[in-house]
Design a protein around this ligand. Structure first.
Ligand code: BG6
Length: 479
């Protein structure tokens, strides 16, 4: 009997093929999951051999380090059961479970609650005396506050909160985790990480991709739900949270929730001052002409779904009052460029004009490269006492570092039962609560248009304080 069993519900789907199996395969090749049994479960009445062939094809396309020899070892870990999401069908899995078993819901979101209940009814949520049961859930967790609360209710009918691991793959990214290490393991950062020294924070996740083949999902979701409510809120709370009194997953999540609870609520009257939405029109991506969102295949003509969303959040606590946090993300923007950029206040005192070369910035770059940049002023070589900006760069990973994908990290954590990089329900709930007035306001009216390949709608400027400028997406963050 394998030490641990991972049951993937939705094993015939895209997520399994593109992300989960390549990650499990890589962990296998590194010798990290050799005693894991992986059981696929889906509606298709496939044999184990058919499932193996399906996964082999997927790995040949999506696992860069695929080799026939490794595959021959990996395939022995695989198994398959076909059935519907009903307790009586799921019981066919019974003999395949180990005392330590986790269930991964790689399913369309409307089925999360159904699957959690059916697993519970089959008796699978109850841990055996010498083992455990865990449930891994993909995003999105609800589509608004009410649906998230209803989903929680469905899940909690059989599962305890400690058993549920909600995925936000940004928490598995190296740069996200580095944010915590860098902030708290360096003596010089924490004393200046507050409103006395910091003027503004800009968190940008810009993508050149359009809606691709995800029209059915995306046209209902939009950028606010797809990126802001989850991924950018996580980057935001990790940037703003207080240092941990103890390195413990619950303490960490308490601190993140504390940040969300301290955000000045956006109201229906203040939505326009705090949120901007945009939608891409036809434009030019490099040399390629691309259609506007409304002309993408599968998109409802005249759709008002936002493909760009920006927020201005203010935190009313001792550390952050007076510091605007600007968050934005969009599709079909000028470059694949993402970062958390922290601008420090001006230095006091009378510096000669020639010496002052601008405020300091600390930038955690996520894309195109993972690195940290500290923008400082140093003397310009020469006879004159003048300053110039200099960038101190700390490349995040070097060639001997072994990098793991977000899914490799999160699957390992889920198997080990480490909840640090998973979302607790109250984090999800507070994020939805903050955004509810924006969601309500955006049910009517229309987004502001921007040309594909640009920096997003011009109206995003209205969120900024006087003297602040959005960092340039086209120029990868130069102001
Ligand atoms: C996903 C969104 O959660 O994150 C996508 O649904 C987005 O729309 C993606 O493209 C971005 O994450 P990454 O890691 O692929 O850059």
């Amino acid at each position: 009997m394998a030490a641990t069993t991972l049951v993937i519900l939705g094993a015939s789907g895209d997520l399994t093929k593109r992300l989960l199996m390549p990650a499990l395969y890589r962990l296998h090749t590194l010798g990290l999951t050799r005693d894991l049994r992986i059981v696929g479960y889906a509606m298709e009445p496939w044999s184990r051999e058919y499932f193996e062939r399906h996964i082999q094809k997927a790995l040949q396309s999506f696992a860069p380090d695929y080799t026939p020899a490794q595959w021959n070892r990996f395939r022995r870990q695989l198994d398959y059961v076909g059935g519907e999401l009903h307790a009586d069908h799921l019981l066919a899995l019974k003999d395949k479970l180990s005392p330590a078993t986790l269930f991964y819901l790689a399913l369309p979101p409307p089925l999360f609650g159904v699957a959690a209940k059916a697993l519970g009814e089959a008796g699978f949520a109850k841990p055996p005396r010498n083992g455990w049961r865990r449930l891994v859930v993909e995003k999105p967790f609800g589509t608004d506050l009410a649906s998230a609360q209803a989903l929680r209710q469905d899940m909690h009918a059989h599962w305890k909160e400690e058993q549920i691991l909600r995925i936000d793959h940004f928490l598995g990214k190296e740069t996200t985790q580095n944010l915590m290490v860098f902030r708290f393991a360096n003596r010089f950062i924490e004393p200046i990480w507050n409103a006395q020294h910091i003027a503004q924070v800009q968190i940008t996740y810009a993508e050149t991709l359009g809606v691709e083949k995800r029209a059915a999902y995306y046209d209902k979701a939009g950028a606010l739900r797809d990126m802001l409510q989850n991924h950018l809120m996580q980057l935001f709370s990790l940037t703003a949270m207080a240092p941990l009194a103890e390195w413990d997953p619950e303490v960490l999540r308490n601190h993140k929730v504390e940040v969300l609870r301290s955000v000045v609520p956006i109201t229906s009257e203040t939505v326009d001052a705090h949120a901007v939405r945009g939608q891409y029109r036809a434009g030019q991506m490099g040399r390629k002409k691309v259609p506007g969102y409304r002309n993408e295949p599968g998109i409802v003509r005249g759709s008002c779904t936002e493909t760009f969303a920006a927020l201005r959040l203010e935190i009313d606590n001792w550390r952050w009052r007076g510091v605007p946090f600007y968050l934005r993300s969009g599709k079909r923007l000028a470059s694949n460029y993402s970062e958390i950029a922290v601008q420090f206040r001006e230095v006091p005192g009378a510096l000669p004009k020639a010496v002052h070369a601008g405020n300091n910035w600390m930038i955690f770059r996520i894309r195109p490269t993972e690195q940290m940049d500290l923008l400082v002023t140093a003397k310009r070589p020469g006879l004159e006492l003048a300053g110039r900006p200099v960038v101190l760069t700390a490349p995040y990973a070097n060639s001997v570092d072994r990098e793991f994908s977000a899914y490799e990290q999160l699957l390992t954590d889920a198997i080990d039962g480490d909840r640090t990089h998973f979302l607790r329900f109250d984090e999800v709930e507070w994020a939805w609560r903050l955004l509810t007035p924006v969601q309500e306001a955006w049910q009517s009216g229309a987004p502001d248009f921007y040309a594909a390949g640009s920096d997003g709608p011009a109206t995003q400027k209205r969120l900024l304080d006087a003297g602040h400028v959005w960092r340039s997406i086209a120029r990868n963050g130069e102001v």
